[in-house]
Write a protein that binds this ligand. Structure first.
Ligand code: SAM
Ligand code: SF4
Length: 471
């Protein structure tokens, strides 16, 4: 019998602590809320109690204050750049039965597909030709493939190059938890971030909705990011699947997870995602979430997470509609996916999602160019930057720079440069025109004269054919 290590069994979620903070927060008055907002302005993060109190704010004016502050804090740390990525579904084969997911093993209606390395390359070529530079590779959990096979697939992604400047410069991975040894193998494929959502931190609910399969082991999943860190993957990403359990509990528990990683490894999560349950083929639960999170509460959750963990990247996926993404992007979001398809092979096979192969319904079906145009109209700079990861600025090094407010000195020039590359090689005429007007303005806004001159010269070089310039 194998003995499990603490990185498989450590339970740092304290139910009593979370519920008592939620109870206490119910009595928080408006004056105290204003004090919490004053503290949040310092961008030092929030306690569980303060987070719960802000989540429960009902007053309309105070809610607007929370939203405005979330936007200010994000801009203070990261500037107005929004990083763009695209998910690449490699396999929808899965041995688990998760009640909310179309990929679950007992879903007979779903057509199963695992991409071959050749098919991976075909898919990558399609998204490269749209202008993408960052991929999130997504996998089910199947005995049909192991980490060595995943590594070969990731190599196939990096190897795929297309004209005029198509290449993937960062592959992040969303896959089932593995052992520390397997994480070491995964790291060897030069991944950026390892992402794993706890789905629900509430153990009883977790065990109920994960009906069978390896994923049923709550503690093995709870400690996945610890094992990834132990294996040297220092950019890890977390998330809750909102809709499964009480959203206040989940947000506080996720905060505890951040604190736990920070205390143990000196760095919290690189990014946080906040997926909401979306309708999935054959899943009754996905259409009838046990704890429905309405748009009003969801907006507040996004903004309050920005205040609670100010330095963490926040990812908004295409699960949400274009209209809501329009609003949420102002509340502290720093990364968005665009042009996503959630069935393996669908970038190559068709221009629409294939309903009986996809994981869940997409809310925002706009293509990359439309998203980019829209962002530029909202004065956000779309960024395809992968510089930090390639120059070794990750883990605590990255977070220290974010905390010292240095990161945006890199983010803004790199956003301008990668955006210019996109405008040259992939943008529609309308986006190109609007984009270059924006670039012109952004260049004048760079405070340091030396840096302004350098970046202006680099944009000219890009217009003359030079590629992949970064700081
Ligand atoms: N199999 C791996 C796992 O479970 O961690 C990774 C892939 S899974 C396809 C990625 C994420 O999709 C899950 O962690 C879950 O949060 C999310 N997901 C599953 N079903 C969903 C649904 N119906 N609506 C929204 N998100 C969903
Ligand atoms: Fe499989 Fe992940 Fe879907 Fe669960 S959420 S059924 S583990 S793909």
């Amino acid at each position: 019998m194998s003995i499990k290590s603490t990185s498989e069994t450590n339970n740092f979620i304290d139910d009593n602590e979370i519920w008592s903070n939620i109870e206490k927060a119910k009595n928080c008055d408006n004056k105290e809320i204003l004090d919490i907002l004053k503290k949040a302005e310092e961008a030092k993060g929030l306690t569980q109690y303060e987070t719960a109190a802000l989540l429960m704010v009902k007053d309309k004016e105070l809610t607007q204050e929370i939203f405005k502050l979330a936007k200010r804090i994000k801009e203070k740390i990261y500037g107005n750049r929004i990083v763009i990525f695209v998910p690449l579904y490699i396999s929808n084969e899965c041995g688990n039965i998760c009640e909310y997911c179309a990929f679950r093993a007992d879903n007979k209606e779903l057509k199963r597909k695992t991409l071959s390395f050749e098919e991976i390359k075909q898919e990558v070529a399609v998204v490269e030709k749209q202008g993408h530079k960052r991929i999130l590779a997504v996998y089910g959990e199947s005995p049909k493939y192991d980490v060595n096979w995943m590594v070969k697939g990731i190599e196939a992604i990096y190897e795929t190059k297309t004209d005029p400047s198509g290449e993937i410069r960062r592959v992040n991975v969303n896959a089932a938890p593995m052992s520390t040894e397997d994480f070491k193998i995964l790291k060897s494929s030069q991944i950026g971030t390892y992402q794993c959502f706890q789905e629900t931190y509430h153990k009883k609910t977790y065990e109920k909705v994960h009906i069978s399969g390896k994923k049923k082991d709550y503690l093995y999943r709870l400690n996945a990011l610890h094992r990834a860190q132990d294996a040297g993957i220092d950019d890890v990403a977390m998330g809750v699947l909102y809709g499964l359990f009480d959203p206040y509990y989940e947000t506080l528990a996720m905060l505890k997870h951040c604190e736990e990683l920070e205390a143990k490894y000196g760095v919290g999560p690189h990014t946080i995602s906040f997926p909401r349950l979306e309708p999935a083929l054959g899943s009754y639960m996905s259409e009838h979430p046990p704890y429905l999170v309405d748009d009003d509460l969801f907006r507040k959750i996004v903004a309050v997470i920005r205040l609670a963990v100010p330095y963490t990247g926040m990812i908004l996926s295409t699960r949400e509609s274009a209209e809501l993404r329009h609003e949420l992007i102002h509340l502290g979001v720093s990364q968005v996916s665009a042009g996503s398809k959630t069935s393996p092979g669908s970038y190559h096979e068709s221009l629409t999602n294939i309903p009986d192969e996809q994981q869940f319904t997409i809310g925002d079906e706009r293509n990359l160019d439309e998203v980019i145009y829209d962002l530029s109209q909202m004065n956000f700079v779309p960024s395809f930057c992968t510089s930090c990861y390639r120059l070794g600025r990750h883990g605590d090094h990255f977070m220290d720079m974010a905390k010292n407010l240095h990161i945006k000195n890199f983010c803004q020039p790199n956003a301008i440069l990668t955006f210019s590359e996109y405008l040259e090689d992939y943008a529609s005429p309308k986006t190109k025109q609007a984009g270059y007007e924006m670039v012109k303005r952004l260049l004048t806004e760079i405070n340091s004269e030396d840096l302004r001159k350098t970046v202006t010269e680099e944009v000219s070089q890009i217009k003359n054919g030079k590629r992949d310039i970064f700081h």
